[in-house]
Design a protein around this ligand. Structure first.
Ligand code: BGC
Length: 266
């Protein structure tokens, strides 16, 4: 199977590090022109854009806070200015503000819901409006547009001490499936990826020192994931190779969502 995203434009939110950066790099390698959105870290986003351009690809870095409506509108307008179209949205921006529920501040609750859930709504809405405005581009894809939501195994697995994060990802699941039900008829494909423990800055603490050994007890396949494990799936979901995949969540978690603690127990 050969995947090419040539002449397609992809916008990846939260792409200055972690899963977003890796997805942007992989989409560019597959031939897409890529918008690397960042919130506050312009430098690594610009460096990634430079790297992609140096390798012969097309990329720009654009700052925007996905939880703010006016920022999102500007981000999509600048995407059009840069590349003239939009074919793929990877709604990836996400963060954690962990605390036991009794100690969780309203601020920490709101920040996580605003970025992880409202941000996905605002970006998906802007992408849908753009897909519909530009119409089918049969020379580039069988679909009128593709949206990939970055969810988490915690759309399924409850997570003590992280209720805001788990609630936001549970929300992403039904947001994605409701949008998919709504826009499939327009030939817009909408799916989610639910990563488990992947080696990115978001879970540095869970991997530091002896912690990684404990983390591995939750992963039947016996290793922590690498960002490329997720990026490869992003490219596939963005391509016509997955043209019949719609409204699905692809778990990329080494089996974490299989409840491995039940092995030989229960
Ligand atoms: C979280 C990580 C965590 C992983 C598995 C992800 O969604 O962001 O911090 O390691 O889920 O629990």
């Amino acid at each position: 199977m050969h995947i090419s995203l040539k002449r397609q434009v992809a916008l990846v939110t939260g792409a200055s590090s972690g899963l977003g950066a890796s997805a942007a790099r992989a989409l560019a390698q597959a031939g897409a022109a890529v918008v690397i959105n960042f919130h506050s870290k312009a430098e690594p986003a610009e460096a990634l854009a430079d790297e992609i351009r140096a390798a012969g690809g097309q990329a720009v870095a654009i700052g925007a806070d996905v939880s703010k409506e006016e920022d999102v509108e500007r981000l999509f307008a600048q995407t059009l200015e840069a590349f003239g179209a939009l074919d793929i949205l990877v709604a990836n921006s996400g963060l954690q503000k962990d605390a036991a529920l009794v100690d969780m501040s309203l601020d920490d609750w709101n920040t996580v819901i605003n970025v992880n859930l409202t941000g996905q709504f605002l970006c998906a809405r802007a992408a849908l409006r753009q897909f519909i405005a530009q119409g089918m581009r049969p020379d580039v894809s069988r679909a009128m547009g593709k949206i990939i939501h970055m969810s988490s195994v915690h759309q399924l697995i409850p997570w003590a001490g992280h209720a805001n994060y788990a609630a936001s990802k549970g929300g992403v699941d039904l947001l994605m499936r409701s949008i998919a039900q709504e826009v499939g008829v327009q030939k817009i494909r909408v799916n989610s990826i639910a990563p488990g423990a992947i080696r990115t800055p978001i879970n540095e603490d869970a991997r530091a020192g002896d912690a990684e050994k404990k983390l591995l007890e939750l992963i039947p396949y016996g290793r922590v994931g690498e960002p490329e494990d997720v990026a490869n799936a992003v490219v596939w979901l963005a391509s016509d190779a997955s043209d019949y995949v719609h409204g699905s969540t692809l778990f990329i978690d080494g089996g974490m969502s299989l409840y491995p603690e039940f092995r030989g127990n229960g």
